[in-house]
Design a protein around this ligand. Sequence first.
Ligand SMILES: NC(=O)c1ccc[n+]([C@@H]2O[C@H](COP(=O)([O-])OP(=O)(O)OC[C@H]3O[C@@H](n4cnc5c(N)ncnc54)[C@H](OP(=O)(O)O)[C@@H]3O)[C@@H](O)[C@H]2O)c1
Length: 279
Amino acid sequence: MAADYREAYGDWGLVLGGSEGLGRAVAHQMAKRGLNVALAARRQGPLEETARAIREEHGVKAKTIALDLVSQDVVNQIETGMEGEDVAFLMYNAAAEPYGSFLDLDIEEHLFNIELNCSSVTRVAHHFGRKLAERGKGGLVIASSLAAAVGLDRWITYGAAKAYDNILGQGLWYELGKHNVGACSFMIGTTWTESLQRTQKKLGGVFAETRTPDGLPEGMAIPQLPEEAAENLFNQIDEEWLPVIYANPDDVARWNGMVQAPLPAVIRMAAQMQEAWYE
Ligand SMILES: NC(=O)c1ccc[n+]([C@@H]2O[C@H](COP(=O)([O-])OP(=O)(O)OC[C@H]3O[C@@H](n4cnc5c(N)ncnc54)[C@H](OP(=O)(O)O)[C@@H]3O)[C@@H](O)[C@H]2O)c1
């Protein structure tokens, strides 16, 4: 499979937000398929730790790029960090997840969310999308969220940004597909990442102590393991690129249930679930 992957895509994968959680799991899947991987995030410590584990487990090269994705020259920083290597397979994973009432949160938090979840991903997809299209091969995965399905109380601008990511990934599936470049929106539900665990602890959520608490409110799913989500992504890509790839096959029904239900009812119901989750 390793030779096939390198032939189909090229030599280097890059995960933006690749030091922990889902990004780390995706990087392991890339390496398992024989790609060298570059990992980008802000904190050098977790980056180095993940890079070391990838080298040891998969015998590929792994490099780290310490950067903040919210930066006008993010593309130059990535190119410098790649040290002349071409990016063949890219995932934009990192996100900002401002939680709270739209009115109570500072405007700066909403705008930061748009920068990280919309502007930066657009910069990166435009720059590397052009390069992949020119080469006539490659892959580009954009992380979205089930929060994009309907207006979600307490996560309004996060969900709106993830809806942008979902549509961006779908549109690129078609446009880049014409150049033999795979692209998709990666539709992610609740996932047991370090970031989720930190948020749950901070807000006192139902998953603050454990992934599998007793007496979950009805309709609430146990968080998926990031390794399982990443494996599902690559199993689907190995078969065929789709405009939207679901991290958890059960989420297809959840998504359809939300977008097909009468909007006032589903928005109220989702808000009530947030209350049950956090209060
Ligand atoms: N976890 C869930 O339940 C869930 C549910 C639905 C969708 N998603 C989506 O899944 C993706 C991954 O989520 P996640 O839970 O793993 O957490 P995340 O906080 O979105 O991603 C964590 C990774 O991104 C890096 N990162 C965060 N901000 C960054 C920045 N400004 N610049 C560079 N790197 C940055 C982190 O390292 P540093 O902190 O060191 O920078 C870490 O490597 C996101 O797109 C999220 O929206 C997650």
